[in-house]
Design a protein around this ligand. Structure first.
Ligand code: LLP
Length: 438
């Protein structure tokens, strides 16, 4: 787990910082990000492309975790950015991220969001549907401003962890179907447009994928389409974006490949197609989210109440839960944990880690193997860096946690803990006159 270690007090350390000190300084629940690990992952992807001599953009799929500091870190590491909403785009721009390296995704971008993309002069819109083509045409003509685009296609390849399925027509809300003429129609609608510059194609076949086959198959299908368009319309594809979805290790059952391996396999497939179809090599873009930040994040909680259900299970409850990590409740996602102030003690107890929210399904880990737990101990749940904070909510009016970055013995708050005042800041008092007797 990156720079995680144990110090002389038997405390878990991350980035050379004692997590118990972090819990004291910033309170819990707390997300702690190992910045060195994120930098290493980013370099791993970028170096692989460089080593293979393939022009590339590695776009951080920032839905996994976004905030100003994270965007600044992505910029430092020469990543591009995938944003999926006006909110992410706004945050990226505010962080000073170079707009020409921002790619804008989404299956229902609003007029205002597309205007924002034009006004901030982003690098590329990943166009999802015919309605969006019309909006982009209108806006670009109004503004007399050009825009680079990719067409997002659904290749009929869907990957689910270890399995991938191929179907003629994927039942997906995203993109133009590659196999039934939709993608061709979209191509014709944009290819000769005065203001639209079609760079190429995009697909994303799924998330938390452990094998390379799905990526290779998708790359093959997209390259065939590109070959058709070259043959029939002399279209030169500049960019092939193969999305994200590279799996990470949450528990020992997960056996991901090194992130670089996915890239190497993709490129092999594309190069084979290039020579077969006599095309020029496009730039390869990818969009890793989880694999850049997932295992860099650790959640720290304080253990409070215990409940024993005789003969069935021992519950320990923490001061957060599904409001800061919805993944166990939503996806039955599995995690591993440790009692951060007792790392050297034997893991000889089994507890179900419950959250504090008023819902029986609010359990973070069922039957976790842990050190003997006491109230006041600090529980560290690993691998919560992706889709943890970013999917957090104020359910039960629980304030969102704080987020801290650590690196080389230093720590820095990057998102403040929400206060009760924050929670009510958008509320307005009742002002209807009905029921008031005059
Ligand atoms: N590109 C596109 C177009 C995507 O839709 C996604 C994720 C990514 C890239 C990044 O995928 P990653 O490398 O992070 O797997 N909330 C779910 C994951 C949803 C992923 C949605 N799209 C979870 O917590 O597992």
């Amino acid at each position: 787990y990156g720079t995680q270690n144990t110090n002389e007090h038997g405390h878990l350390t991350i980035g050379g910082v004692d997590t118990i000190d972090l819990a004291k300084t910033y309170g819990t629940p707390l997300f702690v990000y190992d910045v060195e690990l994120i930098r290493g992952r980013a370099k791993g992807f970028i170096d692989t492309f460089e080593k293979l001599g393939v022009k590339a953009e590695v776009a951080y799929a920032s839905k996994a975790f976004s905030c100003i500091a994270m965007y600044q870190l992505a910029q430092e590491e020469r990543l591009s950015l995938d944003v999926v909403s006006g909110g992410e785009l706004f945050t990226a721009i505010k962080s000073g991220f170079p707009s020409e390296r921002i790619h804008f995704h989404g299956n229902n971008k609003s007029y205002e969001e597309i205007v924002l993309a034009f006004d901030t002069k982003i690098g590329c819109i990943v166009v999802d549907n015919f309605y969006e083509i019309q909006l982009i045409k209108e806006i670009s003509q109004e503004k007399q401003q050009s825009m680079k685009i990719l067409l997002r296609v659904t290749p009929g390849v869907e990957a689910h962890t270890h399995d991938f399925i191929t179907t003629g027509q994927a039942d997906s809300k995203f993109g133009f179907d590659l196999n039934n003429g939709q993608a061709d129609r979209a191509f014709k609608e944009v290819v000769n447009d005065e203001y639209i510059e079609l760079l190429g194609l995009h697909c994303h076949i799924g998330s938390q994928i452990f094998e390379t086959d799905g990526f290779s198959l998708a790359a093959e299908k997209l390259m065939e389409k590109i070959g058709d368009w070259y043959k029939n319309y002399e279209f030169e594809c500049k960019v092939l974006n193969l999305g994200g979805g590279f799996g990470i290790r949450y528990t020992e059952e997960d056996q991901p490949l090194e992130p670089q391996v996915y890239v190497e396999e993709m490129i092999k497939t594309v190069q084979a197609q290039i020579s077969k179809l006599k095309l020029t090599m496009p730039e390869i873009w990818i969009e890793p989210g989880r694999s850049l930040v997932g295992d860099a994040g650790t959640s720290l909680y304080t253990i409070g109440s215990h409940k024993n259900v005789p003969g069935i299970r021992d519950y320990i409850a923490v001061d957060g839960g599904m409001s800061d990590n919805i993944r166990p409740a939503l996806y039955d996602a599995k995690y591993e944990a440790v009692i951060a102030n007792k790392v050297n003690e034997e893991k000889n107890s089994t507890y179900t880690v419950a959250g504090k929210l008023c819902e029986s399904g609010d359990k973070l880990i069922v039957d976790a193997t842990l050190q003997q737990a006491d109230s006041g101990d600090t529980l560290a749940i690993f691998c919560t860096g992706a889709y943890g904070y970013s999917m957090a909510s104020n359910y039960n009016r629980v304030p969102r946690p704080a987020v801290v970055f650590v690196e080389s013995g230093e720590h820095q708050l990057v998102i403040q803990r929400e206060s009760y005042e924050n929670i009510i800041q958008n509320d307005l008092p009742l002002d209807l006159k009905k029921g008031v007797k005059s």
